[in-house]
Design a protein around this ligand. Structure first.
Ligand code: SAM
Length: 280
């Protein structure tokens, strides 16, 4: 069982050395499940189109930092002939019921993953922006390179910052970025993953950037508004001090944040998928 620590009523991992700052309780796992289906709709699928032919042939796939395993189990159902593995340093993935072609393992990508060199046709890593310090990215990507087969694909999905919206949203976004920088993290890592891949010898193939419009009333944009409000809710223990808001007043602040995202000019949140390939 992953060791936990409670902060302001939420349950966080207690992995020494890790900078990851979101909780791993049921509320956060629900957010990740909701976020998965919103991302799938935004990017019109779970996998970039360049990778699909590899999966159709039957492939060995790894999801690093799989969380509750929603992406990998969804993919396993789409591609029953593939062999899939999910790893996470918190044991939040299902232990009993899962598709028969999926296995979950406890592992830390900053240490050696429990797989041989050249094992996987496809490695996925999603939402590590709050999990790695800037200088840990190359270590993690070198481990991805090691376990990828020559010709194997890498897909990374990360988000931008709250840097478009009214003054209130820009204030919240600015504080969030300051906290990331104080923790040694790069807020705009989504747009630097290409350089990091090259440092790890993974050839960058493309970036696919898609915007979400948090003031729009359609279902998908409403889901991203719900997601970003809940990310801020999950990060509460790290934000109350910098925002100058007490834990008791935080629910009121979140209501205001949600309201302000919908006000002119309308907050926007950019999300990016980077695709790379290990050279043969
Ligand atoms: C924001 S969640 C994303 C989960 C999942 N990839 C998704 O998109 O739904 C980040 C996940 O990475 C895991 N994680 C953080 N640092 C890790 C590390 N060094 N090695 C393995 N997993 C890690 C966390 O426990 C968490 O489940």
């Amino acid at each position: 069982m992953t060791e936990s620590i409670v902060r302001q009523g939420r349950m966080f991992h207690n992995v020494s050395d890790s900078i990851y700052w979101l909780p791993h309780d049921d509320e956060e796992l629900d957010r990740l499940v909701g976020q998965h289906f919103a991302l799938k709709a935004l990017f019109e699928g779970n996998v970039a189109k360049e990778i699909l032919p590899t999966l159709e042939k039957g492939a060995k796939i790894l999801d690093v930092g799989c969380g509750p395993g929603t992406w990998i189990m969804d993919l396993a159902t789409e591609f029953p002939e593939c062999e899939l593995y999910g790893v996470d340093f918190c044991d939040v993935f299902p232990s009993d019921i899962r598709p028969p072609n999926v296995q979950f393992l406890h592992a830390n990508v900053l240490e050696r993953l429990p797989f041989d060199d050249n094992s996987f046709d496809f490695v996925n890593m999603r939402f590590f922006m709050l999990a790695l310090r800037q200088d840990e990215w190359v270590t993690a990507l070198k481990e991805v390179y090691r376990v990828l087969k020559p010709g194997g694909f890498f897909q990374s999905l990360e988000a931008g910052m709250m840097d478009r919206g009214n003054d209130f949203c820009l204030w919240v976004g600015g504080i969030f970025m300051n906290v990331m920088r104080e923790r040694g993290q790069e807020p705009y890592i989504a747009f630097k993953v290409n350089e990091l891949m090259e440092k790890a010898n993974i050839q960058h193939i493309k970036i696919d950037k898609r915007d979400t419009y948090l003031s729009k009333p359609d279902q998908l944009n409403r889901e991203f508004l719900w997601d970003i409000v809940n990310i801020v809710r999950s990060a509460q223990p790290f934000l109350t001090g910098p925002l100058g808001i007490s834990p008791e007043k935080f629910p009121q602040f979140l209501q205001r944040f949600e309201h302000e995202c919908k006000q002119p000019p309308g907050a926007q949140w950019l999300i990016a998928v980077n695709v790379g390939q290990k050279q043969c």
